[in-house]
Ligand binder design. Structure first.
Ligand SMILES: [Fe+2]
Ligand SMILES: [Fe+2]
Length: 500
């Protein structure tokens, strides 16, 4: 059960915080005969904020760490929104911390190793469902209680900015906890008693987060780095994700000449971007060697890609096309099982059913991923996306046009993230980043050439009703045409090919 104070008891406490018995003065008293030291010139709030920030950062990583276990489409998308919201909680605490003198030193200053033991205990849940309860009920509950008690005991005028910050953070957590209530109706679960007791014991060891913890000889490392916690190699997928048909080669082959193919392509390709968001959970969990601002940007990037996935799927659903109809394959196999097997020795089944854990991404691997996504994939697609936007607008499909437009807005920012972070990522990964823009331009050219070679292969694919892949492709086009014909289906000009 939640350990949050009831609203009634909080209302009673907050009637008059200045005279309330819970009123806390946030400066240390002077000691007779002793000079006032630097620490006494600092509000106690600073150390509270540092501890809270550590726990919020830890929850952020924990959500990313466990997030690959979700299997239902809506839960996967919600988890990605939680990653972003949790990063917003951290940002708000950091913003408030930054308003106190000496913020530059205190912002990322060490905190007690007792906090690390607490978050590692919550991280090491016996199961995924236990982890959700441990993170969202037990740990977040204790945090909210800590915020609420602070908010009713701090001076309501002097320290109003901290109180306002905490209310904002509580608001995010309340949304997450409401979501958990709804999730538990679908997936009932009682938290493992020993696991819950272990977190509660660590909470007591941390004074229930009701006061700042003094630094000991050892200070806290990021959650998880001193544990053997690993992410699952094969992320959860909704039922029906394994595609029964390989339609992408046809979509790519017809991309230039058919606006109908382009419309189906973009809804499907956006849906597949959920794969990127799922991958980016690893950037966050394994990216602890980077400054917080990097993780903040990745959180937004991840949430955007998840929204692009959801945009694409919602557009397919507008036409009545569901995941079991079209599949939601990982990128490695979306061009058809055969070609993927040829390329990487993989099969749909080996990929989707692989069990076990995945090794952490090295700094070099994170650098490569940011480089590829930002400078090859995202930079490379702007031209064809803008063309699609114009064509859908002219064809009278405003919903599809709108989907393109919001994606283009997000993608413009994503490319900026890559330029912002590649130099530091390179430094931390020991990679030479010199001439990275030229290197990227060359790689985009190579990707285009590879695509042209693939197109020559795909042009030979059978195009008759007896071929199940082609028949399915035609069926999907017909469903969309029937529901919303495009005015410019005949008049739309030939467009650029896909960049990869
Ligand atoms: Fe995207
Ligand atoms: Fe993007």
């Amino acid at each position: 059960m939640s350990s949050t104070l009831s609203l009634e008891s909080l209302a009673a406490l907050s009637l008059d915080p200045q005279t309330s018995p819970t009123r806390t003065i946030l400066v240390e008293p002077a000691v007779e005969g002793r000079k006032i030291g630097e620490a006494q010139r600092r509000a106690k709030t600073v150390d509270r904020l540092k501890d809270w920030q550590y726990i919020e950062c830890s929850l952020h990583r924990m959500i990313a760490g466990w997030g690959r276990h979700f299997t239902e489409w809506s839960d996967i998308a919600t988890c990605h929104r939680h990653v972003w919201e949790q990063s917003e909680c951290v940002r708000r605490l950091r913003d408030r911390l930054g308003q106190f003198p000496g913020a530059a030193q205190s912002m990322d200053a060490p905190v007690s190793a007792r906090l690390e033991r607490l978050v590692n205990t919550a991280l090491l849940a016996p199961s995924f469902e236990d982890a959700l309860s441990g993170m969202y009920q037990v740990l977040m509950g204790a945090l909210c209680k800590s915020y609420q008690l602070y908010a009713v005991s701090a001076h309501p005028i002097h320290d109003a900015p901290t109180i306002a910050t905490l209310h904002e953070v509580i608001g995010f957590h309340e949304q997450i906890r409401l979501w958990l209530r709804e999730y538990r109706r679908r997936f009932p679960h009682t938290i493992d008693a020993a696991y819950k007791a272990a977190i509660e014991a660590e909470l007591r060891n941390c004074a229930d987060l009701l006061e700042a913890l003094p630094l000991e000889s050892e200070c806290a490392a990021p959650v998880g780095v001193n544990t053997d916690f690993r992410l699952p190699v094969s992320p959860g997928r909704p039922a029906g994700s394994l595609p029964g048909y390989a339609i992408k080669p046809y979509l790519s082959a017809d991309f230039q000449d058919s606006i109908e193919a382009r419309r189906l392509f973009w809804a499907y390709a956006y849906m597949l971007e959920m794969n990127l968001a799922i991958d980016q959970l690893r950037w966050i969990y394994d990216g602890h060697f980077m400054p917080w601002e990097f993780l903040q940007d990745v959180s937004r990037h991840l949430w955007d890609e998840s929204r692009h996935g959801d945009s694409g799927y919602s557009r397919l659903l507008d036409f009545g096309i569901t995941i079991p109809d079209i599949g939601f394959p990982p990128y490695e196999i979306c061009n058809g099982e055969k070609s993927a097997e040829k390329k990487a020795g993989l099969s749909i089944h080996s990929l989707a059913n692989a069990s076990g854990s995945i090794a952490p991404l090295s700094p070099k691997e994170i650098y490569d991923a940011v480089f590829f996504i930002g400078l090859i994939a995202e930079t490379g697609h702007f031209v064809v996306k803008r063309q699609a936007y114009d064509d859908f607008l002219e064809g009278g499909d405003l919903e599809s046009a709108e989907m393109m437009l919001f994606d283009i807005i997000d993608e413009t920012t994503h490319v900026q993230y890559a330029h912002r972070w590649l130099p530091l990522l390179a430094e931390r990964a020991g990679v030479d980043n010199a001439g990275y823009k030229e290197r990227a331009a060359k790689m985009r050219q190579e990707a285009q050439q590879n695509h042209h070679e693939n197109l020559r292969e795909w042009a030979k694919l059978p195009r008759n009703a007896a071929n199940p892949d082609y028949a399915k492709y035609q069926e999907l086009l017909a469903i969309m045409r029937e529901k919303q014909p495009l005015f410019n289906e005949k008049s739309c000009p030939t467009r650029d090919p896909l960049p990869m």
